[in-house]
Design a protein. Structure first.
Length: 310
């Protein structure tokens, strides 16, 4: 069978507005936002093509540069406009461009933006943006590359970005069940290879249920799923809130054990050592009891759920 070559996306074939639409839809789908606004569609955006506030309160200004070449003066002019806009100084300034960006230009732009008290700056070249799309939002890339039109209104773009998500409560709960199918919920605690990863898995599960952002242990986005707030049944929303609270109690007790020394590292000189000790040993049983409460609370909401530890 002959090899199939994946052709690159020709961002240059689309006008600035269409490029901004894709960038807006991508960000809406792949992160958790309190708000995400597309200023560029109305003109007079003062450099703020897209402005968002993440769930963690970080403000992000996204500048879309659908040009073959990113120019330093273009970037500095845009950030100067942003700083004069009503939103104020963002925590993060992101540039997404269609072309490649040299290392010296990246460094020069980032140094300039850092001098303006913007905490973070990242620059995505066209090839980088394409890879992010292929990894995190393949359905958007297919629509874009195959010439299907994007809606004009941001609300319709949000619906497009969420179109592949489960719609009824049974499908939403089935998606949550997959989130619980990870070693942190069935590996005996005395065999857990890394308790730090155990806590991260708990945090990731809380985020998945509360926001719909489902990530792997290494931080890679697995999928955007509905949050518990999108369940249609009031009773199920309440039960999933209990699950989320149980997860929070489990994480809080873990943190308390670390703080008081009940759960501690082995004490070797390796800062990356994954070995932990419980003292007293019975503390492991307490964490196990809290973990079982989490699983029982979820099974109460979704009786079809059968965790591997049972």
């Amino acid at each position: 069978m002959p090899a199939t070559q994946v052709k690159r996306v020709h961002f240059e074939d689309f006008d600035g507005s269409e490029f901004e639409r894709l960038v807006f839809a991508y960000h809406w789908r792949t992160d958790a936002w309190r708000s995400l606004e597309w200023y560029g569609q109305t003109g007079s955006d003062l450099g703020r093509d897209i402005w968002g506030v993440r769930e963690n309160e970080e403000s992000v200004c996204i500048q879309c540069v659908n040009r073959k070449q990113l120019i330093f003066t273009k970037a500095t002019t845009d950030i100067a406009k942003v700083l004069k806009a009503p939103n104020g100084v963002p925590d993060r300034f992101r540039i997404v461009t269609q072309g490649t960006v040299s290392a010296p230009l990246r460094d020069k732009i980032k140094a300039h933006i850092a001098s303006l008290d913007v905490k973070e700056c990242d620059i995505w070249s066209g090839p980088e943006f394409e890879e992010f799309l292929r990894k995190d939002a393949e359905s958007l890339l297919k629509r874009f590359a195959e010439g299907q039109s994007f809606p004009d209104a941001p609300e319709n773009l949000k619906k497009l970005a969420e179109s592949a998500q489960p719609r009824n409560d049974e499908e939403v709960l089935a998606a949550f069940a997959q989130v619980f199918d990870r070693p942190a919920f069935y590996t005996p605690l005395n065999q857990e290879s890394n308790m730090g990863d155990f806590k991260q898995a708990i945090t990731d599960t809380i985020q998945a249920i509360g926001t719909g952002i489902w990530k792997a242990r290494d931080g890679r986005l697995i999928e955007r799923i509905p949050s518990r707030h999108q369940l249609k049944s009031d009773a199920l929303r309440t039960k999933l809130q209990v699950v989320e609270m149980s997860l929070s109690r489990l994480r809080a007790r873990y943190d308390d054990m670390i703080k008081t020394g009940v759960l501690r590292r082995c004490g070797c000189s390796d800062p990356n050592c994954s070995i932990f000790f419980f003292n007293p040993y019975e503390a492991a049983h307490e964490l196990e009891r809290l973990r079982q409460q989490v699983l029982m609370a979820f099974q109460d909401a979704y009786p079809a759920f059968r965790p591997q530890s049972w």
